[in-house]
Write a protein that binds this ligand. Structure first.
Ligand SMILES: [Fe+2]
Length: 450
């Protein structure tokens, strides 16, 4: 029997055993026979190696390292069972007994358990030579955010070294960010409100991506547009790799020559995009246009009409820059930033998109520190779509101005007697907003929120 025959025979036995288990009790010959046969084949196969791994990856059956041609059709019960139970891989080890295999099939075909519970059950039954790996659960907001920073950094480093980066990592991370913004926006938007002093360029890129996707979502744009604006925003400043660090990091005023250099970055960025595999051409246009204002002032000079997605990036870019501490600028609070931007509505910014952005952010955007009518101080952690003046908060200081031991949630939506009195400048408190939102994201993850 050659390797492929053995593979097919093992899969056939397992599939038959799982299928029959749905119809018959476990002692029925329709189950006992294929388990016995499967055990013989597996034992035989394990003379040459330590383990057999059977996996379902992207709905395709994989045996050891190779895909099984037509596996989903030939062994439907096995594939369906693993998919339903969120099992990515089954690992069978040398020395497995027939009883162990029989009990494993029993657990695998049982109805109740899924994901990590299957492995727990195997362990509690003392089965050590048959184990399962569940499909990796989604990453939490903090993991995604941090990974996005690394992705941007890698892309920029590769460009600086003269390499052409591939678009795959960018597309993947933007998919993850988009998924978060659609399913659980608060944590990731909270992280985008973190203002990190080091690596401004990378953090800024990720923040602009998160905010742009949130705006596109509020505008009810298509998934394709959400993805495009996310990628465009993440890469909007990659042209800065073509401008010397000295100029980029210069704290003081720039000479007109230096300023001319900076103004080249949209064009440089759009050129880099053209050579990147897997990145849509529209992205180049978003990058080219991100400093062109609504009234066509700004740079580069262009008379053609602006892509709506570029106008989203322009707004997110301005918002994030305004709310960040820079060498030359104290950070503005979210509320101040929105006020400043409103003054430029119709000139720098597309009024309709700006209005959608402002409504989506609410009167008190996530990350705003506020004082309540009770004299408590808290941070806005969740917007209230129905009544934007009544968001949810985490309370940090009690009525006497004492820092609370562990911040607790207060949802103004269900506390009609409490109102927000004013925004508070975080600089006058001891709160590290950065640390706060990292902890929030970690807590959300540990409580099972995705
Ligand atoms: Fe820029």
């Amino acid at each position: 029997m050659d390797r492929t025959d053995n593979r097919d025979a093992i899969l056939k036995s397992l599939n038959a055993a799982i299928k029959s288990r749905r119809l018959y009790p476990s002692a029925h010959p329709a189950i006992v026979a294929p388990v016995k046969k499967g055990h013989e084949l597996i034992t035989d196969s394990l003379k040459e190696k330590e383990t057999i791994v059977i996996a379902v990856i992207n709905e395709a059956l994989v045996f050891e390292d190779g895909p099984v041609p037509d596996g989903e059709r030939l062994y439907p019960d096995l594939v369906q069972n693993m998919t339903d139970k969120k099992i990515e891989a089954v690992v069978i080890e040398r020395g497995i007994s027939e009883n162990e295999l029989s009990a494993s099939v029993e657990i695998l075909s049982g109805k109740e358990l899924a994901g990590p519970e299957v492995q727990k059950e195997l362990q509690s039954r003392g089965i050590s030579r048959f184990s399962v790996r569940s499909v990796s659960s989604k990453r939490n907001a903090l993991e995604i955010y941090n990974n996005a920073v690394v992705v941007v950094q890698n892309v920029m480093n590769e460009i600086r070294m003269g390499k052409i980066p591939r678009g795959e990592a960018v597309n993947n991370i933007v998919n993850e960010i988009t998924d978060k913004v659609l399913t659980d926006p608060n944590a990731i938007i909270g992280l985008a409100m973190i203002k990190s002093y080091d690596n401004y360029l990378y953090n800024h890129s990720v923040n602009v991506s998160v905010i742009s996707i949130a705006i596109a979502r509020a505008m009810d744009l298509s998934d394709t547009d959400l993805h495009a604006v996310g990628v465009g925003a993440l890469l909007h400043d990659i042209g800065k790799t073509g401008v010397s660090e000295q100029i980029i990091r210069k704290p003081g005023g720039l000479s007109s020559e230096e300023w001319e250099k900076i103004k080249e970055h949209p064009l440089l960025g759009s050129r880099i995009i053209k050579s990147m595999e897997g990145i849509d051409e529209t992205i180049g246009r978003l990058i080219y246009e991100h400093h062109v204002r609504y009234d066509h002032s700004g740079y580069p000079r262009t008379n053609s009409s602006l892509h709506p997605l570029s106008q989203i990036v322009t707004i997110s870019d301005a918002y994030d820059a305004l709310t960040t501490l820079r060498v030359y600028q104290q950070p503005h609070s979210p509320i101040e930033a929105i006020k400043i931007m409103s003054n430029f509505s119709g000139r720098h910014f597309n009024p309709a998109i700006l209005q959608t952005f402002i409504s989506a952010m609410g009167m008190y955007p996530i990350g705003t520190m506020v004082r309540l009518s009770t004299n408590q101080i808290g941070i806005v952690t969740r917007a209230n779509r129905e009544a934007s003046e009544r968001p949810a908060l985490k309370i940090l200081y009690d009525r006497d101005g004492e820092a609370v031991e562990s911040p607790f949630e207060l949802d103004l939506a269900s506390n009609a007697d409490i109102t927000i009195v004013s925004a508070v400048n975080p600089a006058v408190t001891n709160v590290d907003l950065n640390e706060f939102f990292e902890k929030e994201a970690a807590d959300a993850a540990s409580h099972g929120a995705q």
